[in-house]
Design a protein around this ligand. Structure first.
Ligand code: TXD
Length: 323
C-alpha cells in the first residue's frame, strides 16, 4: 500500500534587498552566509545586481551556504518575498546631514515600497534609507500596511556603536556590553547610559560622567565619523550586520528585544510617528513596543528628537504631494 510522504515545507524564506549599493550587497552577503534566506537583490542600475549576485554565488561552495542569490532590475522577480529591505537611495557625503537626502530619497523609497508590495503583499518591510525615521513613516503611509509590518533599522546600529565604544574604553569584550540607544537616527538620538551594562553591571558604576558623555557624543556622531574618513560614502558593514540581526529575529521568530523605528500610538507620550524604541521582533514583525521608564531629561530628549522627525515628515509629505 502506498503511503503519502509527510509534507515538509522545504521552501526557503525569501528576502528582497532593494538597492545593490554598499549596504545592500553587504547585507545580501550576510544573509546568504548565515543561510537565513534566498535573496533577490534589485537595483535600478543594469548589471550591478546581476554581477553582484553572480560574484556572491561563485563563493557559495567556499562559504558553504545554500542560499540562492538572484540579481535583477525587475520587481516581478521579487514576488512572494517574506521580507523586503529598502536600502535604495543616496548616501551622505562629508558635510551632509541625513536630512539633506530627504527629497530624493523619499521618492526612491516610496516607489521601491509600492513596487515591491505589488508582488509581495504579505511582506515585512525594513527600511534603511536615510533620513531613516522619515522614510519609514513614508513607506508605511504610502503602502497602507499594518504598522507592525513596517520598521526602520537604526537603533541596532546606534546601540552597537555605543556598545563598541564602551568596550574600547573599558578594554572589555564587546559581547559582554549591552547598550541601548533610542530616538531618531540623527544628531538628536537618545543614548541611555542608565540602561547600558557590562555583564549586568551598569556603566555608571564603571565610568565617570565626562567619559560617558564623550562616548555618547561619539555615538551621536558615529555615522559622520565614518563618512568623514571614507570620503566617498557612508558606513555599511555595521549597518548590514544590524539589518541582518533584525531579519534573523523575524525569520526565526526569536522574539528579540531590539531597538527599531516603530510606529507609536501613545507609547512614550508620542503618536503617529516612527521613531527608535525597544521592540519585540518576531514572525509578525513588530510584535510589541516596550515602554521603559525614562527620567524627565531622557523623556524630554526623546520628544525633542521626535519633534525634529515630525517636522521632516511634514516637509516630506508636502514635497511628495507636489511631485
Ligand atoms: O542606520 C541606517 N539606517 C543607515 C542608513 C546606515 C547606513 C546607510 N544608511 C542609508 O542607506 C544611506 O544614507 C543611504 O540612504 C542608504 C544606502 O546606503 P549605501 O551606502 O548602500 O548607498 P549606495 O552605496 O550609494 O547605494 C545605493 C544604491 C545604489 O546602488 C543605487 O543605484 C540604488 O541604491 N538606487 C536604486 N535602486 C533601486 N531603485 C531606485 N530608484 C534606486 N535609486 C538608487
Amino acid at each position: 500500500m502506498s503511503q503519502s510522504p509527510p509534507s515538509i515545507d522545504c521552501q526557503s524564506p525569501r528576502v528582497t534587498v532593494i538597492g545593490a549599493g554598499n549596504v545592500g550587497r553587504t547585507l545580501t552577503q550576510r544573509i546568504a552566509e548565515k543561510n537565513l534566506a534566498d535573496v533577490v537583490l534589485l537595483d535600478i542600475v543594469e548589471g550591478l545586481p546581476q554581477g553582484t549576485a553572480l560574484d556572491l554565488m561563485s563563493a557559495q561552495g567556499l562559504e558553504l551556504h545554500d542560499s540562492q542569490i538572484i540579481g535583477t532590475n525587475d520587481y516581478a522577480d521579487t514576488a512572494d518575498s517574506d521580507i523586503v529591505v529598502i536600502t535604495a537611495g543616496l548616501a551622505r557625503k562629508p558635510g551632509m546631514t541625513r536630512e539633506d537626502l530627504m527629497q530624493t530619497n523619499a521618492k526612491i523609497a516610496v516607489e521601491a515600497a509600492q513596487k515591491s508590495l505589488a508582488h509581495s503583499p504579505n511582506a515585512m518591510f525594513i527600511v534603511i534609507t536615510n533620513p531613516l525615521d522619515v522614510m519609514t513613516y513614508l513607506v508605511w503611509k504610502t503602502t497602507n500596511l499594518p504598522h507592525r509590518q513596517v520598521m526602520g533599522m537604526a537603533g541596532v546600529l546606534d546601540s552597537s556603536r555605543l556598545q563598541t565604544f564602551i568596550a574600547m574604553e573599558l578594554g572589555v569584550c564587546t559581547a559582554d556590553v549591552s547598550a541601548m540607544v533610542l530616538g531618531g537616527h540623527g544628531d538628536l538620538m537618545v543614548p541611555l547610559p542608565r540602561y547600558c551594562t557590562v555583564s549586568g553591571v551598569p556603566i555608571t558604576e564603571l565610568m565617570d560622567e565626562p567619559t560617558i558623555e564623550r562616548l555618547v557624543e561619539r555615538t551621536r556622531q558615529g555615522g559622520a565619523e565614518v563618512v568623514k574618513l571614507l570620503k566617498t560614502g557612508g558606513a555599511y558593514f555595521a549597518p548590514a550586520s544590524s539589518a541582518c540581526l533584525m531579519i534573523e529575529a523575524i525569520l526565526r521568530n526569536q522574539s528579540r528585544l531590539l531597538p527599531a523605528a516603530a510606529y507609536l500610538q501613545g507609547e512614550y507620550g508620542l503618536k503617529d510617528i516612527f521613531i527608535g524604541v525597544p521592540c519585540r521582533l518576531g514572525l509578525r514583525g513588530v510584535e510589541s513596543v516596550l515602554e521603559v521608564k525614562l527620567t524627565d531629561t531622557e523623556q524630554k530628549a526623546l520628544h525633542t528628537s521626535a519633534e525634529s522627525v515630525r517636522q521632516n515628515i511634514k516637509l516630506a509629505l508636502e514635497n511628495l504631494s507636489k511631485s
